[in-house]
Design a protein around this ligand. Sequence first.
Ligand SMILES: NC(=O)C1=CN([C@@H]2O[C@H](COP(=O)(O)OP(=O)(O)OC[C@H]3O[C@@H](n4cnc5c(N)ncnc54)[C@H](OP(=O)(O)O)[C@@H]3O)[C@@H](O)[C@H]2O)C=CC1
Ligand SMILES: O=C1CO[C@H](CO)[C@@H](O)[C@@H]1O
Length: 330
Amino acid sequence: MTANMYLNLPGGLKMPALGLGTWQARDRDELIDALNCALELGYRHIDTAYIYENEEIIGDVLKEWFTSGKLKREDLFITTKLPMIGIHPDRVEFFMKKSLESLQLDYVDLYLVHFPLGYKYDDSTGGPLLNDRQQIVTEGVTDQAAIWKKMEEQVDAGRTKTIGLSNYNITQIETVLKSARIKPANLQVELHVYLQQRALVDFCHENDITVVAYSPLASPCYNKFLEELGTEPKKLPEILSDPVVNKIAKKHSKTPAQIVLRFLLQRGIGAVPKSVTPERLQENINIFDFALDDNEFEELWNLEVGEDARVYDFRRGFNLVDHPDFPMKR
Ligand SMILES: NC(=O)C1=CN([C@@H]2O[C@H](COP(=O)(O)OP(=O)(O)OC[C@H]3O[C@@H](n4cnc5c(N)ncnc54)[C@H](OP(=O)(O)O)[C@@H]3O)[C@@H](O)[C@H]2O)C=CC1
Ligand SMILES: O=C1CO[C@H](CO)[C@@H](O)[C@@H]1O
């Protein structure tokens, strides 16, 4: 089994620093194969969300691994997320229970508020309320304290070991911290070698909040998603073809993906690269047998671009940018 590194969460809980992302892995057979392959390779941390529409498939695979005795529940770290339609105090418990039911689990290890703003819920469809132009209708200003109180109740009830946030900015995390009885254990945000989120990471680490990078490879598949939404493709940050990354990769006989993932781990940040391809699954977790030296680390550190390299800016296909709780202000 592959050696791993861990991030320490409250209560002695350990999160394997390298996990498996599953957004856009919705094809049943493909995801089953990918999960089986990942678990065989030593992945022990899986990242999903209510909105990824794959919790049931993941639940089926996990059940098989548990019933065959190949793995015990406590061997795995499972993260899922409260959807935007659940960001209302009356709906947190409802969506937490729905996720547990789909995953066929008694508890998850980490439950994240997926986004700091909510969508209005349409009872009749079980999805977001749409206006006449078929656009999603958002909730007003989020009562972060009220949502967080409901998140804390999920820990009290034993439905999740820890709770955290995703896509929150520093001001929004500060708001949560002010009322929190149970502090957020984790923040999940877009983070890669071109978007290093230095101030946000420092703030989290100073407040004992672990950080996990989503889209650690800068989401090369993102335009496929924009195409599904019927919107224009965007110019993506191509970190895997960056000459500095490639030069360092060659020196270590590693791939560019392994270099950019290793860089995150050496910053004390977790990462959840998504892949359904066996060779890439192997590649992405095979990053514990080498280290970047200070010069290489510095060279990668200097690749920072900042906001212009953000993939998930929600400026295409979403009408969220003008909402008061929209977190990615430029
Ligand atoms: N909290 C949030 O709001 C968000 C969370 N996430 C989470 O983060 C995860 C990762 O983010 P995501 O946007 O998927 O982007 P990633 O940066 O993980 O990129 C995934 C893409 O890269 C390809 N890929 C994977 N490994 C390699 C490799 N070694 N070399 C070359 N290409 C590779 C994959 O292809 P293939 O699968 O075909 O191999 C896939 O197309 C998500 O799956 C999800 O779990 C993502 C977005 C938002
Ligand atoms: O996790 C996620 C995956 O991508 C979605 C579409 O951009 C996001 O809404 C979400 O935050």
